[in-house]
Design a protein. Structure first.
Lengths: 311, 262
């Protein structure tokens, strides 16, 4: 459905995508996961033929890109990162105008408007003006708009950023429906739960490179210890009572009880396969508190991309 | 700017849905839009026409208001094309991200720009024809050649729509357009014979005037509206306007590609 080989894209001296390889199978949901500046959006823009790569080969729904990007986009639906419905039109007019860009006949578009609005949870909003829609409604309208041409591939750039939980769940539910119905989905996100819920496969990107790729469960199993104990609070143990922080505890006991540990701010993250010795120890440490949980995708992500802030 | 930005514009009929989008929106606001288009030039026409006309009964044997009529037709056309291709196109490109949405469909930037160009030209055509109708109906001009002014209006619309799109491609914000008006449009209006003849100007300014597109527009429209043909010079004036249009649109397309297809 989409094949990207050795994609490189530079802006001046800044290499945004550095030799990326990626293949999307028909019918799967594939997620690009990465911190800000990882090259997710640039990869999408190259894949859709909206910018020319510096090198690499791209094929989108059977067409070489960027040479035949326009023909390829005929079969693709796109939900951009920033909503851009036409603000002066109603919901129905937005869909009509957008369908015309695909060369669809007015009668065919008109016949689909009701169904599309209903799918996006916008029943009865036919004649509602865009200015009066909430952020979540606008995003859903953008999703409906992306489906006007019955796309084989749906591309979504951070589809739930800035939405409330209700709106996010509705978007997820609709995407699952589309995936079940056979639509191939490519999305970018930095929400782990979103990637974990929806994707058959995902790729972790950082600084324009792919750090890991695979099924979310497999990635967790391959890249990280099974259990995480997050330790925080005050450490007051005998001689060390004076400097009673988690940092001091981790310096003294971290390596002893955890296979791997990281201190971030006031919390020590201890990665373990068998948590029993650590939990037994923690039970005897007054002042320290902890949270014990199974490892998740966020742990994999932070391990691969590091904990420092991205700008 | 990389070489592929300099490909000549690739015309196709795919601009039609873009034009129709603008038309659908305009239809919602058609009445105030048309009144706005007419009010400004008509106020100038009657205000200056009768005001200055009272002091200056004739220019080269022509009543001042008849002299002014051709100027107002071209001026009104220019303004309409400029406002649409500057403020409205910029708003669709930058503020509302309408172009971004269109580029996600199977259209190219060239299609969008041709749609913008022809839409601005359509609005300019409407504005020019409106004032042409007023000056003809009031008998300020000779009606015999008046219809020949319509293609002139269309060409003037294309020129200033294309020039406007060049500025839009470079604009960081709406404020930028003020420079275009104060440094280009306003001095050009004064040097092109809209309000007064330029043949009494110093030679250097007259030479400068012959380089300005609005002068050539007026050189075509004024004789036609005074009931005579512009003679063989029509070919020169038309060629200058066509060259302005072609070069400006090419530049607009190249600069917009550089801005958006990064």
């Amino acid at each position: 459905m989409l094949s990207i080989r050795s994609l490189t894209k530079r802006y001046g001296n800044n290499t945004v995508v550095a030799g990326l390889d990626l293949t999307l199978q028909r019918g799967e949901c594939y997620t690009l996961l990465g911190p800000n500046g990882a090259g997710k959006t640039t990869t999408l823009r190259c894949a859709l033929g909206l910018t020319a790569p510096d090198s690499g080969h791209i094929e989108l729904v059977g067409h070489p890109v960027p040479q035949r990007a326009r023909e390829a986009r005929r079969h693709v639906g796109i939900v951009p990162q920033i909503d851009n419905p036409d603000p002066d039109f109603t919901c129905a007019e937005n869909l009509m105008v957008y369908g015309r860009y695909f060369g669809l006949r007015d009668a065919d578009i008109a016949a689909r408007i009701h169904e599309l609005l209903a799918f996006a949870g916008l029943e009865g909003k036919h004649d509602t003006h865009i200015q009066t829609l909430s952020g979540g409604m606008k995003r859903r309208l953008t999703l409906a708009r992306a489906l006007v041409n019955r796309p084989e591939l749906l591309v979504l750039d951070e589809p739930t950023t800035g939405l409330d939980p209700q709106a996010r769940h509705l978007i997820w539910d609709r995407l699952k429906q589309l995936i079940r119905a056979g639509t191939t989905v490519l999305l970018t996100t930095h929400f782990m739960d979103e990637a974990e819920r929806l994707s058959d496969r995902l790729a972790v990107l950082d600084a324009g490179r792919m750090l890991a790729q695979g099924n979310p469960r497999e990635l967790i199993a391959t890249h990280i210890e099974a259990q995480v104990v997050e330790v925080y609070g005050d450490w007051s143990n005998g001689a060390h009572a004076a400097n009673g922080g988690v940092v001091a505890w981790a310096a003294r006991h971290g390596a002893q009880y955890a296979h791997r540990h990281e201190v971030s701010g006031e919390t020590a993250f201890c990665y373990v396969d068998d948590p029993t010795p650590l939990l037994t120890h923690l039970a005897t440490q007054p002042g320290l508190r902890y949270l014990h949980r199974p490892a998740n995708l966020e742990d994999v992500f932070l391990k691969l991309t590091g904990r420092e802030l991205r700008d | 700017m990389t070489p592929h930005h300099w490909h000549p514009p690739r015309p196709s009929l795919r601009f039609i849905p873009v034009w129709r989008r603008h038309f659908l929106l305009w239809r919602k606001l058609a009445l105030p839009s048309m009144l706005g288009n007419l009010a400004d030039p008509v106020i100038y026409l009657f205000g200056l026409g009768f005001g200055i006309g009272a002091l200056l009964p004739e220019i080269d044997g022509i009543p001042y208001i008849s002299f002014l009529a051709a100027g107002m037709v071209c001026y009104s056309t220019m303004n309409s094309a400029s406002f649409e291709s500057l403020y409205s196109s910029f708003s669709r490109m930058h503020v509302q991200r309408t172009w971004e949405a269109i580029m996600n469909a199977p259209l190219e930037l060239d299609d969008i720009l041709i749609g913008e160009l022809l839409w601005s030209t359509s609005k300019a055509l409407l504005a020019g024809i409106a004032i042409l109708t007023v000056v003809t109906a009031f008998g300020f001009v000779e009606a015999s050649y008046a219809l020949w002014v319509v293609p002139v209006i269309a060409l003037v619309g294309l020129v200033f729509a294309a020039l406007g799109l060049v500025i839009t491609a470079l604009a960081p914000s709406y404020d930028f357009f003020m420079y275009y008006f104060t440094l280009f449009i306003t001095p050009m209006t004064l040097l092109s014979g809209v309000f007064f003849p330029i043949d009494r100007f110093p030679a250097a300014l007259q030479t400068l005037s012959t380089a300005l597109p609005l002068s050539h527009a007026i050189a075509l429209a004024r004789p036609l509206l005074l009931g005579s043909s512009p003679g063989h010079a029509w070919l020169l004036h038309t060629s200058v306007l066509a060259a302005y249009f072609a070069l400006a649109f090419w530049l607009a397309v190249a600069l917009t590609r550089r801005r958006l297809l990064r």
